[in-house]
Design a protein around this ligand. Structure first.
Ligand code: NAD
Length: 502
């Protein structure tokens, strides 16, 4: 099943979609080569003329119909997410629900935020009417990861569509079926729309690279920092703008006045849910010395009962991408070698595609487990003497995606000191479920924002229009007919307008 016609593929040009729990091949898809990618972009370019010309209300209707289709097909869709990605069915449903929230937000807010606006022309240009309008960019190339294969790319797809662009989507090779399901649902919900409003191209990195070079008007990428850097370098050749949502090494600060039980509960979940394969998941904790013992004991107690698996009772699933298992093992071993202690689990927690929770304490800040994204169900906990030390260590990372703070009295103050794109106070990951809040990072975590108003603005170009309504005799500033008396007048006016502040 593909949503883009590709040239007939030889067997070695097929992508195999695999159940990560069993290794079973679920489906195969023709891999889009450069020609197929160009054809998909050309189709999207043609469709952009129609889709971009629709009113915001019409686009809203099509987007909301898509949501309804996804709701109607949610049983089938969540089964597919479970099978292809490995996450439990309930988590698959929660992910779909969050994606639906974003589709609705983008569909319902695009009109208010992107409609033409009058702008004051200012005193010197008062004979003009000034307008700020927003034009869609055209065709957006979206390249997605596999960890939240519905929610994450939709932070770009839904917002790009709502802003009037068409989309060519390259899902991760580990979630190809899920990506195609999304695009097929859009088509099923909107059969009257031309082909090409939302297309999918399937393949590995090379297909993504071909999309970057294809002449799309923007690349919206979510994935690892290393790939993000490669994409930005390739996009520079045509000055194609990029939105990069990359990795993270998110810290949680547990202050001395924290609700320790609540913090432990949130850390246990935030570090291991989705097998720890969450860009904004909990990777590091800085806990105040005064509450350390209680906090570590509580995290350990909770996670001792948490088991991965692919059965209905499993708390989380297998590692989706087999190569990540070696990275998790390396980080655990490096942490232990550099003086850390595993208070729960260790290298032996890695059992085939499943990794049981691992809690590491007093890990060297320079070890890979603290400095690099682990992307597994592990967490490091370090004791600090007060909030200043916690903030300093949290901010030391090359990443800056998101963070969390547990403090009864000072949560907001501590949050404001963190060099990140988002912070939850007395919760983890809450910002990601609030569609009006933008999401994205600083440093190696990326460039730009998905979600909320900034997330819509990523997919439009501002178009400034100044309309001369009447001419003022002697005040032709933008003409050789300008007179000396005009300049005399201006020399009097400018100090009045701009020179009075002491
Ligand atoms: P990845 O970088 O390996 O792959 C992401 C996508 O890029 C895939 O579709 C892949 O085929 C494609 N790709 C690979 N090489 C390419 C190239 N040279 N040109 C164009 N496309 C190319 O990442 P992943 O393993 O799929 O995802 C995990 C990473 O994503 C983690 O680092 C995680 O933190 C990050 N992530 C970030 C966010 C966020 O919003 N910041 C959300 C989810 C995941």
């Amino acid at each position: 099943m593909t949503t883009t016609e590709t040239t007939p593929a030889a067997p070695d040009t097929l992508l195999k979609s695999v159940d990560p729990a069993t290794g079973e091949v679920i489906a195969t898809y023709p891999i889009a080569d450069e020609d197929a990618v160009r054809a998909a972009v050309a189709k999207a370019r043609t469709a952009a003329a129609t889709w971009g010309a629709l009113s915001f209300d019409e686009r809203r209707k099509h987007l909301l119909r898509w949501s309804s289709r996804l709701v109607a097909d949610s049983e089938e869709f969540t089964q597919l997410i479970h099978k292809e990605n490995g996450k439990p069915l309930d988590d698959a449903f929660l992910e779909l629900m969050l994606a639906l929230e974003h589709i609705a937000w983008a569909a319902k807010n695009a009109k208010k935020l992107l409609s033409p606006k009058k702008v004051s022309p200012g005193a010197l240009m008062s004979n003009f009417a000034a307008r700020l309008e927003h034009r869609p960019l055209g065709v957006i190339g979206v390249i997605g990861p596999w960890n939240y294969p519905v929610y994450t790319p939709n932070g770009s797809i839904a917002y790009a569509l709502a802003a009037g662009n068409t989309v060519v989507f390259k899902p991760s090779e580990f979630s190809t079926g899920i990506g195609n399901f999304l695009a097929d649902a859009f088509k099923k919900a909107n059969p009257e729309l031309p082909e090409g409003v939302f297309e999918t191209i399937n393949g590995y990195g090379a297909t993504g690279a071909a999309l970057v070079k294809s002449g799309v008007d923007k690349i919206a990428f979510t994935g690892s920092t290393a790939t993000g850097k490669r994409i930005m370098a390739a996009a520079a050749e045509n000055l194609t703008p990029v939105l990069l949502e990359c990795g993270g090494k998110d810290a949680v600060i547990v202050a001395g006045d924290a609700d320790v039980k609540a913090a432990a509960d949130a850390v246990a979940w935030g570090a291991t849910a989705n097998s720890g394969q969450t860009c904004a998941g909990v990777e590091r904790v800085y806990v105040d010395r005064s509450v350390r013992e209680e906090f570590v004991a509580e995290v350990k107690r909770i996670l001792s009962d948490i088991k991965p698996g692919s059965d209905a009772k499993a708390a989380y699933g297998p590692m989706t991408m087999p190569s990540q298992i070696d990275i998790v093992r390396r980080h655990i071993e490096d942490a232990l070698k550099k003086g850390g202690t595993a208070v729960l689990g260790g290298p032996e927690s890695i059992k085939g595609p499943f990794i049981e929770p691992v809690v590491l304490v007093d890990v060297d800040e320079d070890s890979e487990a603290v400095a690099e994204e682990t992307f597994g169900p592990t967490v490091t906990i370090r004791t600090v003497d007060g909030v200043d030390e916690a903030v300093e260590l949290a901010n030391k990372s090359k990443y800056g995606l998101s963070s969390a703070v547990y403090s009864k009295k000072n949560g907001l103050d501590i949050a404001r000191r963190l060099r990140v794109g988002a912070t939850s106070v007395n919760s983890v990951l809450a910002f990601a479920a609030i569609p009006g809040l933008p999401f994205g990072g600083v440093g190696d975590s990326g460039i730009g924002r998905i979600h909320g108003e900034p997330g819509l603005r990523e997919f439009v170009r501002p178009h400034s229009i100044a309309v001369q309504r009447f001419t003022v005799p002697g005040m032709a500033l933008l003409s050789y007919t300008r007179t000396d008396s005009t300049m005399k007048l201006l020399r009097k006016l400018v100090p009045f307008l701009h020179g009075r502040h002491k």
